[in-house]
Design a protein around this ligand. Structure first.
Ligand SMILES: Cc1cc2nc3c(=O)[nH]c(=O)nc-3n(C[C@H](O)[C@H](O)[C@H](O)COP(=O)(O)OP(=O)(O)OC[C@H]3O[C@@H](n4cnc5c(N)ncnc54)[C@H](O)[C@@H]3O)c2cc1C
Length: 430
């Protein structure tokens, strides 16, 4: 019977190494360096590249990818166990070669890219030499991609793209963007949209502005305008009309990877909450002695553990089925649970820190905004809950009669009828 919560000893050793490495070598970088996607920053080469080399030597570079793509083929469960360490730090995913959105973009290039696209875009992306962006959401529509209007029209040996995209993360540092556009407006959006690779700096591609989240001083989410942007025919990614299938592959992986890193963020908040509880003194002793503080700690731990188990089980299902479609409900459930657990735990940790908690001297305000962003990026919570509910209800049949199948008098009557003879015999024997 295979039902096991243990991590194998050899991998646990690697995780222990990663845990110490991230704490001692990587987390401090978050406090001194700028955007991890800015590969042109000379400080990146000086401080990050040597750490990436260390990770490569340990065999943990892009470890979820197969050996053909430069990884170990460890799969999603092992990636989850690693990501719940890496998620503590802004820089760690880049140091370990599994940062979003590059990891998702790499995944679709590996799945759907031509040999030429793999050589030109995937290889340097996997090597960590360049950054990429995913350009799908539009200013007037996000959760419902069937409303997108950015258009790509075939023109001679190429395609010409026109339209606007919104919140294309890291567009300003990207060497290329993967763009979703309508190629056939006469059929359903599910068959009429395609994906294109647009190199950065293509004539007609303009960053209108870089939008920030919350109080960010510098934004990293591109508001982009495509005006007669011409790409050669070979920049079509996958089949013409195949954008939805590609997007599902990309977002399936992206959502679970965010969830793995969220475990790390939530644990970080939880650790700060526990530290505060045992450190802050009141007249009656430390906060930890107050029952309402204890409730916050107990609730937080229970919610984190529940979420972690859901994430790990979903990762295990992905490894088992190797088909995101079969795990759609589970990924949607993880996606819907993620912002809530993050919000609730961070809010409690913030609250226990009093004024310091809401100040700009602690990370909680940014974490709380992060939770809100998690509820929207890759689709709002409502949409994912709808997916979960629809799938759960798909095979349910209506009850044939008036009463529900759990109606006690009906069930009792049926049980009595079934055992009538035996019951009568038992009474008669007394
Ligand atoms: C931090 C961050 C990073 C992002 N990065 C990228 C990126 O790299 N590339 C990219 O293309 N996009 C990116 N996005 C955009 C993201 O995918 C969209 O914001 C998301 O799909 C929601 O679209 P929207 O913002 O247009 O909201 P809308 O679609 O307008 O939805 C707004 C609200 O309406 C409600 N709603 C919408 N539809 C439904 C429904 N069917 N049922 C019930 N309620 C509904 C929900 O409350 C929802 O929050 C990013 C977003 C964030 C916050």
């Amino acid at each position: 019977m295979a039902w096991d919560f243990e991590t194998d000893a050899a991998y646990q050793e690697l995780l222990d190494w990663a845990d110490a490495f991230v704490r001692d070598e990587v987390e401090p970088l978050d406090l001194v360096l700028g955007d991890p996607y800015d590969k042109s920053d000379p400080r990146f080469a000086a401080l990050v590249r040597p750490l990436q080399e260390e990770v490569r030597k340990r065999g943990l570079w892009a470890c979820h990818l197969g050996p053909d793509l430069g990884g170990q083929g460890y799969g999603q469960v092992k990636l989850a166990l690693l990501n719940e360490i890496l998620g503590r730090s802004r820089y760690a995913p880049s140091v370990f070669g599994c940062q979003a959105p590059d990891s998702g973009n790499a995944e679709i290039l590996a799945h759907f890219g031509s040999a030429g696209q793999k050589e030109r875009y995937l290889a340097p992306l996997l090597d960590g030499a360049i950054s990429s962006s995913y350009s799908m959401t539009e200013p007037h529509a996000g959760a419902d991609p069937t409303l997108f209007t950015t258009r790509a029209v075939r023109d001679g040996d190429g395609w010409v793209i026109n339209g606007e995209k919104w919140f294309s993360s890291n567009a300003r540092h990207a060497a290329f963007l993967i763009v979703m556009a309508v190629t056939n407006p006469d059929v359903s959006a599910y068959q009429g949209m395609s994906m294109f690779i647009v190199p950065a700096g293509a004539p007609g591609l303009e960053i209108v502005r870089n939008v920030g989240v919350g109080g960010e001083r510098e934004g990293s989410h591109g508001y982009l305008r495509y005006t007669d942007v011409r790409v050669p025919a070979e920049n079509l990614l996958g089949e013409e009309g195949g954008a939805f299938a590609i997007a599902q592959t990309r977002l399936g992986g992206g959502r679970i990877h965010h969830a793995m890193r969220t475990i790390a963020q939530v644990r970080k908040a939880f650790d700060m909450m526990c530290e505060r509880a045992v450190s802050r003194e009141t007249r009656r002793g430390p906060l930890a002695r107050l029952q309402l503080t204890q409730e916050k700690i107990a609730d937080s731990w229970i919610e984190i553990e529940q979420f972690r188990l859901l994430v790990l089980r979903t990762a295990w299902l992905i490894d088992k089925h190797r088909d995101y479609k079969r795990v759609r409900k589970d990924i949607a459930a993880v996606k819907a649970a993620m912002p809530k657990v993050m919000h609730d735990v961070v809010q409690r940790a913030m609250h226990l820190h009093g004024a310091l908690g809401v100040s700009n001297e602690m990370p909680f305000a940014a974490m709380l905004m992060g939770a809100q962003a998690l509820a929207i990026a890759d689709g709002p919570t409502e949409v994912h809950k709808i997916t979960v509910a629809r799938q759960l209800l798909r095979d349910r049949e209506p009850v044939p009669g008036l009463w529900p199948s759990g109606h006690l008098p009906t069930r009792r009557e049926a049980a009595r009828a079934r055992y009538a003879e035996a019951l009568e015999r038992a009474v008669g024997d007394q």
